[in-house]
Design a protein around this ligand. Structure first.
Ligand SMILES: NC(=O)c1ccc[n+]([C@@H]2O[C@H](COP(=O)([O-])OP(=O)(O)OC[C@H]3O[C@@H](n4cnc5c(N)ncnc54)[C@H](OP(=O)(O)O)[C@@H]3O)[C@@H](O)[C@H]2O)c1
Length: 349
């Protein structure tokens, strides 16, 4: 199995390399800087790993991907640097997975690369991380419990843990407009920025009181409409979290650590929730775990191994179109992911 990591010298990229090694796969490390790639190989216990230097030049990238079955991209920000990597993967006939959490990037992959990927026989699965990926999977599982899904509401909750990485900070800055606007809502058969979220408060599992929420730019709003026939799909976050993202400054982003370490005594916990309602009732599903970046690496490595082993349809796919949601979530149990799907006793649609 030949799997490559593009951006292998970054925080997430290194963790993906380490996770592939743990799974018995020796990845090829690709990026723009030979010294940083070699250092990443040594730090992840693979001093003899193959290292290939390729910047964002499409021909150089396609050449580097020539014998690779699946490439995992962990560049930052994807909005600025993500596109040449997917274009080169399609040109090289290499399947593609990325760790993006950016609506603009995910939207562009579906809009521009769905047909070229289909024609090339290449599978492209964006946003494989602790956020949008899990959101898409639990959204699909909750919707399967509802006879006529009308509305889907998505939300993430993070508590404890380390600060975000500098790469994530730079990503938030590159997408500042989108985070400030709250991003898109799917309604009336299309994605719109000028529509507010209908949900104003939400009760997270394990939290006794409802919390006030506002529209927030989660990526699964772009993928769930591709496999759930609901009229209205929106994402929200606690108002304070949305304000934090909207208020990030470039100076603060640059002050963040390049390689933040989660505190084992107070690990970062994430919970990803989907509530689906229809005329006859509703259901909610959620997944929760610890350590955003390590879990993202687990998910991205797992997705790449699944594509190399089992394949998936050609084209740009939502996670739930590429993989069986329950099977994927169950497979993460050993990595501390718990998930649940349950009926809700109230109806809002
Ligand atoms: N839940 C989520 O949404 C979630 C979770 C985890 C990660 N992510 C996303 O994953 C991405 C990676 O985050 P990170 O913290 O790992 O970032 P990072 O540490 O800054 O790593 C970025 C990587 O991209 C490479 N890169 C940057 N600019 C480049 C350029 N112009 N040409 C070629 N390569 C370039 C860097 O190479 P050098 O080493 O040579 O600089 C590095 O390998 C971010 O967009 C982050 O938001 C999202």
């Amino acid at each position: 199995m030949t799997i490559a990591v593009y951006g292998a010298s970054g925080h997430t990229g290194k963790l993906v390399v380490a996770e592939l090694r743990r799974r018995g796969v020796a990845p090829v490390l690709i990026g723009r800087n030979a010294d940083r790639l070699r250092a990443a190989a040594a730090e992840t216990g693979l001093p003899d790993a193959t290292v290939r230097v390729a910047g964002l030049d499409e021909a150089a990238l396609a050449d580097a991907f020539g014998d690779i079955e699946v490439v995992i991209s962990a560049v930052a920000p994807f909005l600025e640097f993500g596109e040449p990597v997917v274009r080169a993967a399609i040109a090289a006939g290499t399947h593609y997975v990325d760790t993006s959490g950016e609506q603009g990037h995910v939207e562009r992959l579906f809009d521009v690369y769905a047909e070229p990927a289909r024609q090339a026989g290449v599978t492209v699965v964006p946003m494989v991380n602790d956020g949008g990926f899990l959101g898409d999977l639990v959204g699909s599982l909750a919707a399967a419990r509802v006879e006529q899904p009308r509305q889907v509401t998505l939300a993430h909750r993070h508590t404890g843990g380390a600060v975000i990485s500098r790469g994530s900070g730079r990503t938030a800055i590159a997408n500042a407009d989108v985070f400030a606007s709250g991003g898109v809502v799917f309604t009336g058969g299309t994605w719109r920025t000028d529509v507010p979220a209908r949900t104003t408060e939400i009760t997270f599992p394990g939290v006794p009181q409802p919390v006030r929420v506002v529209k927030f730019a989660l990526t699964e709003v772009l993928t769930i409409p591709r496999h759930v026939p609901a009229d209205h799909i929106e994402a929200v976050a606690e108002a304070e979290v949305a304000a934090l993202f909207a208020g990030l400054t470039p100076e603060f982003a640059e002050s963040l650590p390049e390689f933040p370490e989660d505190d084992p005594g107070n690990p970062g916990r994430f919970l990803v929730l989907a509530e689906v309602t229809g005329p006859g009732g509703g259901a909610r599903a959620y997944a929760e775990g610890t350590d955003t970046y390590r879990f993202t690496a687990t998910a991205a490595a797992d997705a790449a191994i699944r594509l190399a082993t089992d394949g998936a349809a050609a084209g740009v796919l939502a996670p739930s179109q590429a993989f069986d949601p329950a099977d994927v979530l169950d497979s993460f149990a050993a990595r501390g992911i718990r998930w649940s799907v349950e009926s809700m006793d109230h109806t809002t649609a």
